[in-house]
Design a protein around this ligand. Structure first.
Ligand SMILES: Cc1cc2nc3c(=O)[nH]c(=O)nc-3n(C[C@H](O)[C@H](O)[C@H](O)COP(=O)(O)O)c2cc1C
Length: 208
């Protein structure tokens, strides 16, 4: 008798590029996490709030950076992939997200966590263009950091406010379906570019 192998479960860290409590981008990530297939575990992380402004002097004082940087880096290292949902501020990604990527791009005792990390990028904005320029700026930085950024499908969610009800539930079915397709495509992208699963090391913490 052959015992069927359980399919591998990939762990994905989801990061919203917004500190706003009611962020559309974080809400979308929560919807994606709630509807992920059994083979994917999506963890929505609030780690940006604990990341101070990048300063090379701080980096010299604390190898690997301050605690907020180290825990975000550890959470990314322990994940098979990273999904970033970015708002658009003045036609680029928000400063808090760029700041975190600057920290994460640096060498550390844990290595450079973005190098060869599968990453998917999406975004929601209140305006009609759905973060096209923010995502372009984010992709450029991620490529520079050596991440393996999923080229397609793209997901630009415009007029975000109209897609949720007053209780923050997603009411736009088309957005929900696009989100599910996006997550499935990312699962395939991870299997293609990084088939070996990350084995989390003991002691690493997920920031929430
Ligand atoms: C400083 C600032 C600049 C903004 N610039 C843009 C922009 O260039 N394009 C756009 O579509 N929306 C812009 N917005 C509106 C954001 O899309 C909107 O605040 C969005 O809800 C932020 O994402 P969040 O809900 O995840 O926090 C801007 C908002 C702020 C605060």
């Amino acid at each position: 008798m052959t015992i069927p192998h359980a399919p591998p479960v990939r762990h994905v860290l989801c990061l919203a590029g917004s500190l706003r409590r009611d962020s559309w981008n974080r809400r979308l990530l929560r919807v994606a996490a709630a509807h992920a297939p059994a083979t994917l575990h999506l963890d929505v992380c609030d780690g940006l709030a604990a990341v101070p402004m990048f300063d090379e002097d701080l980096e010299l004082r604390e190898p690997g950076g301050p605690a907020g940087v180290r825990s975000l880096r550890a959470a990314i290292a322990a994940a098979d992939g990273l999904i970033i949902a970015t708002p658009e501020y003045n036609h680029a990604m928000p400063g808090v997200l760029k700041n975190a990527l600057d920290w994460l791009s640096r060498e550390s005792p844990e290595g450079e966590v973005l190098v060869e990390k599968p990453v998917a990028v999406l975004g929601a904005s209140a305006g009609p263009w759905g973060t096209r320029l923010a995502q372009a700026s984010l992709r450029q930085v991620l490529h520079t950091c050596g991440a393996l950024v999923m080229p397609t499908p793209t997901l630009f969610i415009a007029n975000a406010a109209g897609r949720f009800d007053e209780h923050a539930a997603l009411v736009d079915q088309a957005t929900g379906l696009s989100l599910q397709r996006f997550v499935l495509a990312f699962e395939q992208w991870m299997a293609r570019v990084a088939p070996a699963l990350v084995r989390p090391q003991a002691g690493l913490t997920i920031v929430r």
